[in-house]
Write a protein that binds this ligand. Structure first.
Ligand SMILES: C[S@@+](CC[C@H](N)C(=O)[O-])C[C@H]1O[C@@H](n2cnc3c(N)ncnc32)[C@H](O)[C@@H]1O
Length: 331
């Protein structure tokens, strides 16, 4: 069967396969093949030259004939039920109630998954960290995650990360212009701040967790980002050289405690992206009222220019965002 593929010299075959697997672009329905000199890795339909160059600009798109793999059974077919799990890089995270059989089924079907983790704690503390144990596969909690052409290294035992905010991160990044000073108050390993830094005049990325800032610095280097500064500090104490044009407040549950800081710092005309967790029974009204009150205490006149549900958070709760434009400020 004809398919788009990546053709690389044999010595680069395994590292390229790994990278493409992490980006989740290999078509596992087809068999990877090789000849004397080259390895040919089939790609899932729809992977364009442009997407490939964002994974690695040295890769070239080719076309080739491939043999089909025998169809692998789905995880549900193997287990008799569909377990919920999340894949971050080459690590799958399953719910605490699942045993090793679930991990093995996931690894059998998802060839890019090398480790399956199970949480041993809920998300806890101000750093929003979860602890895990290895259910099966390689004994590690570190991985490399790819999103919109950027790469993020992280240790899931030491930092917060959710792949489920990918669309939201792109939505925010796409709004940024080259005249902006951007402040990410709760930056984690950098999935908002690093893409933004490629578009903004300058980005300040703050996190209180020293491990998150260590990975943030690593990821700044990995993505060759400049015009960005990683700061290990409590966001409450942050000073900026001039009022930021945009502030990201991605600390649902407690970001409201920092709204006074954001309203004090933000430039007139600037925008604050405020995240929260809301019950399904009352999604926007109370949070908008609270934001308006805090704005008023801070002497800010605001306009809520956008409100949306980002994702479901738990069976009866939603992660939401408000885009708050500060249209006027009292001195
Ligand atoms: C929900 S995570 C978001 C991380 C990142 N924005 C992302 O999308 O992956 C919130 C982050 O805020 C950090 N944090 C918590 N309290 C903080 C504070 N007072 N000042 C700065 N960072 C803080 C945590 O360490 C964590 O990395």
């Amino acid at each position: 069967m004809q398919s788009n593929c990546v053709k690389v010299p044999k010595r680069e075959g395994e590292s390229t396969r790994k990278m493409l697997a992490e980006s989740e672009v290999i078509d596992y329905r087809l068999k990877i093949k090789s000849d004397e000199q080259f390895v040919y890795i089939p790609l899932i339909p729809g992977i364009s030259k442009d997407i490939l160059s964002k994974i690695d600009p040295t890769l070239a798109l080719a076309e080739c004939d491939f043999e089909e793999n025998e169809r692998t059974r789905s995880v549900e077919e193997i287990l008799g039920f569909a377990p919920s799990f999340e894949v971050i890089g080459d690590i799958a995270v399953v719910a605490e109630e699942y045993d090793v059989k679930v991990g093995e089924a996931i690894m059998e079907v998802h060839k890019n998954v090398r480790t399956v983790l199970v949480p041993t704690t809920p998300v806890v503390g101000e750093f929003r960290i979860r602890h895990y144990r290895v259910l099966c596969g390689e004994d590690r909690t570190t991985t490399v995650y790819r999103e919109h052409g950027f790469i993020y290294e992280m240790d899931l035992n030491k930092v917060y990360f959710s792949p489920r905010l990918s669309t939201e991160r792109k939505r925010i990044t796409d709004q940024v212009t080259d005249m902006e000073l951007v402040l990410d108050m709760f930056a984690g390993v950098g999935p908002f701040a690093i893409p933004i830094s490629k578009r903004a005049m300058y980005t300040i990325a703050v996190d209180k967790n020293p491990d998150a800032v260590e990975y943030l610095k690593k990821n700044i280097a990995l993505n060759k980002a400049s015009r960005i500064e990683a700061v290990n500090m409590d966001a409450r104490d942050i000073q900026t050289p001039q009022p930021p044009d945009r502030i990201i407040m991605n600390l649902p549950h407690t970001a409201h405690e920092f709204l006074d800081v954001a309203f004090r710092l933000i430039a007139t005309g600037g925008i604050i992206h405020y995240y929260d967790i809301r019950p399904e029974t009352e999604i926007f009204d109370a949070v908008i009222k609270m934001v308006r009150q805090k704005a008023s205490y801070s002497g800010c006149l605001i306009d809520i220019v956008n409100k949306r549900i980002v994702r479901s958070y738990s069976p009866h709760e939603y992660n939401i965002v408000l885009d708050i434009r500060v249209v006027g400020k009292q001195d």
